[in-house]
Design a protein around this ligand. Structure first.
Ligand SMILES: [Zn+2]
Length: 479
């Protein structure tokens, strides 16, 4: 098919481009097949359609196509000044779009050529390239201030005000799934499409595109990330989003170490992937830490800390009167949890003598028995905490949420174990069993509960840390 300046202009008019419009162009000359007159004919076709009053805008950073080079080198082109995100423009609004670009707080947000395009009701044209090339999507990310965006390094560059050194906020990072945005925009009727020669041409009004994606991004900030579990870029960016999200909660989301992994490096990596920064030490390398020598526990705590993971406490799996945590002077963990037992007061005394903070978790007790033991200890002057294990109550055939409020157990709670079972004791995904997990989380949130909420080891029966954390976050978003 023979493509020339006139057929290109006609094609652009057919997707809705008109005199006086402003258009941000991303292009590939090769996509047309052969063009009479080459890149110059393409640029002239745009200028024919836009007229004197319209403006053609192109980003001039990264790998430039030949069409972009032609725009930039036209004698009437205006170039914005920016070491990482410069643009060039020809036409009535060229100066207004490009001025003072370097002064903006971000490279693609407010006071940049790209957001000015939005303010002036411009268009984005993808000519033979896909959404992956759309610079304007960086504007959406920057305006949403997505937590995975980072500051640029400091750049020294020549500006009209002399040599300056500056960095820009909310700059896009490595991989994103911009291609995945295409179907969403198409479904919303935001993309007009035609073919010119072999090239697929897409035209989108910046305002409609921006409004749709900003609205979506407010509730789903991972909108632009891919879900490939082997894409380290997006795994890291997702984890950053989750850490940011959890910082808004009063509680500390914590993983049982044995749910996170068998060895310390595995625990560290899996916690980071899940966006979790705290673990409770219940086991390491398949062994409980109850009888592990204190110096070895200290080495484990150190190694986790160097990997960015804090230890919230040590969990003893059984009642252990001769465990080193009761005796050692400088035991490396100050918070201990252990099974609730008939002689709990004895342990409360031992813990107080050693300066440890002690909490009891329920195992085979009903909530009224558990509340009775806690109340009695309180009467004796002890102040241990209570680790609410909702799944263990469900295994005792209780409705944990309803019963615990009747038993007045909540006042003692300083930790919640999040795992779920049916009444016959079968492990399930969170909030798929009878442990009333969602109700418990909601109640604790209502009183700005500040203790650890622990994704328990029981989740191993139905998945791993990642699936438990994903499910927990889903629950949180539905409350
Ligand atoms: Zn990715």
């Amino acid at each position: 098919m023979n493509v020339d300046r006139q057929t290109i202009a006609a094609g652009l008019r057919s997707v809705g481009l008109d005199t006086g419009n402003i258009v941000l162009l991303h292009s590939s000359l090769a996509s047309f097949g052969h063009v009479d007159g080459g890149a110059d004919a393409v640029v002239d076709a745009f200028l024919d359609v836009l007229g004197e009053s319209g403006t053609l805008l192109v980003p001039v950073f990264g790998a430039l196509g030949i069409i972009t080079e032609v725009v930039r080198n036209r004698p009437n082109a205006v170039c914005s000044v920016h070491p990482r995100a410069a643009a060039a423009a020809i036409g009535g609004d060229a100066e207004a779009l490009c001025r003072d670009h370097w002064k903006a707080e971000t490279a693609h947000g407010t006071d940049t050529p790209y957001m000015r395009l939005y303010e002036k009701n411009g268009f984005i044209c993808l000519l033979g390239v896909d959404q992956d090339r759309s610079t304007f999507l960086h504007s959406v990310e920057a305006m949403l201030r997505l937590p995975y965006l980072a500051n640029t390094a400091e750049f020294t560059f020549d500006s009209p005000e002399g040599e300056l050194t500056k960095s820009w906020k909310f700059f896009p990072g490595p991989h994103r799934n911009f291609i995945g945005i295409e179907h969403r925009l198409r479904d919303a009727g935001i993309i007009q499409t035609t073919r010119i020669g072999n090239a697929v041409v897409r035209l989108m009004p910046a305002r409609e595109l921006y409004d749709d994606l900003v609205h979506a991004g407010r509730t789903a900030p991972d909108l632009f990330l891919c879900d490939n579990p082997n894409c380290n870029d997006c795994v890291t960016q997702r984890s950053g989003l989750r850490t940011h999200r959890l910082a808004a909660e009063s509680f500390t989301l914590t993983a049982a170490a044995s749910l996170a992994g068998r060895y310390v490096p595995e625990v560290i990596e899996n916690c980071h992937r899940a966006g979790i920064q705290h673990v409770e030490l219940d086991a390491m390398e398949g062994h409980t830490l109850a009888y592990t020598p204190p110096e070895q526990v200290a080495a484990t705590v150190d190694e986790l800390q160097r990997g960015g993971i804090a230890v919230t406490g040590l969990r003893l799996p059984v009642v252990t009167p001769d465990a080193p945590c009761w005796e050692a002077d400088d035991y490396p963990v100050s918070r201990i949890s252990m099974p609730l037992c008939a002689d709990a007061a004895r342990y409360a005394e031992m813990a107080a003598a050693g300066g440890r903070q002690l909490s009891f978790y329920n195992t085979e007790q009903s909530s009224s028995v558990a509340a009775g033991i806690m109340k009695e200890m309180q009467a004796q002057g002890h102040t241990p905490g209570f680790v609410f294990d909702a799944a263990a109550f469900a295994r005792c055939d209780e409705k944990p949420f309803l019963k615990s409020s009747k038993a007045k157990l909540r006042q003692y709670i300083d930790q919640l174990i999040v795992e779920d079972v049916t009444w016959d004791g079968t492990a399930t995904a969170l909030a798929a069993g009878n442990a009333e997990i969602k109700e418990m989380i909601s109640t604790l949130r209502c009183v700005s509960f500040a203790g650890p909420v622990v994704l328990g080891a029981g989740n191993r029966a139905v998945g791993n840390l990642q699936t438990a954390a994903d499910r927990f976050m889903q629950l949180l978003e539905t409350m």
